[in-house]
Design a protein around this ligand. Structure first.
Ligand code: C5P
Length: 304
């Protein structure tokens, strides 16, 4: 008999549009956040244990906190409290999503931990309650659970699924080290100064390009209001973006709060060639070609 355990696979995200409003009284920003889940995955395995413990392996694992502050640990504790039980589980995170990379790696692990623990414990939490718990944990966590493509309103947690035709081909240029999301939002506010900030809105042309599966039109519409702030904090990212443009990307932008840069291409071959050119150019640590949309958190193995 294998030890009882549940493994959940969860994707990274890229924001094809991130429109950021002014700061709210609660410190967050209202967003129009067009999420796309892409084929770069963390795996979270939940196994019964005497207490809530956590381990992590993979690139950047040494930067992941292994205490109760880890978002996956907080997810397990929140679900246990909701069901009046002890969070007696070991969570192992196999990381492939860059740590603090602007691709929702921590949020992905939280969504995966919720689903893995719910399955392991047989607590059968209704989907809408799971999504409410996701929203309590962080703005991007609900999207990590649902995947696909979605428009996030509010601080990004109020989701509307978006129709997408076909598959978009992306290359992600991974940077050395991460960027702090709160620091990037603060820098965005600082750069804007006293200028009035319009209400964030999803661009109709961008939504139409996603719906039609039209990479060339999507390329003209992608936009990230956090990009100037990420570039201000990490000026070298301008070299990465320039290298991608020179190597023929349809579009390039900073992913979320960065420092990962995302490049849209017109197919698998162009993506592979672009990834090779980016690595050869030496403006990034690594480059990964992949596609989106892909499904959200998914249970792979269950020996519960
Ligand atoms: O929701 P989450 O905990 O992932 O957010 C991390 C930080 O990012 C927040 O503490 C806040 O500084 C910033 N943030 C924001 N507006 C949002 C989402 C995040 O200012 N809509």
């Amino acid at each position: 008999m294998p030890a009882p355990s549940v493994t959940v696979r969860v994707p990274a995200k890229v924001n094809v549009q991130l429109a950021v409003g002014g700061p709210r009284p609660d410190g967050f920003h209202d967003l129009a956040n067009v999420f796309l889940a892409v084929g770069m995955y963390d795996h979270v395995t939940a196994t019964p244990a005497d207490a809530l413990t956590i381990s992590c392996a993979g690139p950047g694992a040494e930067d992941v906190p292994l205490d109760a502050g880890n978002l996956a640990a907080r997810a397990a504790a929140l679900l246990a409290a909701r069901h009046g039980r002890r969070p007696d589980v070991h969570l192992h995170i196999d990381k492939d999503i860059p740590v603090a990379g602007g691709m929702a790696g921590g949020s992905a692990d939280a969504a995966a931990a919720l689903l893995a623990c719910d399955t392991l414990w047989g607590t059968a939490t209704p989907r809408d309650e799971l999504l409410a718990l996701c929203a309590e944990l962080g703005s991007d966590v609900p999207f990590s659970m649902v995947g696909g493509a979605a428009l996030g309103r509010g601080r990004g947690e109020r989701l509307t699924p978006l129709p997408v035709s076909g598959t978009f081909h992306w290359v992600f240029a991974l940077a050395d080290g991460g960027l702090s999301t709160p620091a990037v939002y603060r820098e965005c506010d600082r750069l804007r100064g006293d200028r009035p900030v319009p209400e964030p809105e999803a661009a109709p042309a961008l939504l139409a390009a996603l719906r039609d599966g039209d990479a060339a039109r999507l390329a003209t519409a992608v936009a990230n209001d956090l990009q100037p702030a990420a570039l201000s904090l990490r000026p070298a990212l301008a070299d990465t973006l320039a290298a991608g443009a020179l190597a023929g990307a349809l579009a390039g932008l900073v992913s979320g709060s960065g420092p990962t840069c995302a490049f849209l291409t017109d197919g698998a071959e162009s993506a592979a060639a672009l990834a090779a050119a980016l690595v050869a150019g030496g403006t990034c640590r690594a480059a990964r070609a992949t596609t989106g949309p892909v499904p959200g958190a998914t249970t792979l193995e269950s020996h519960a």
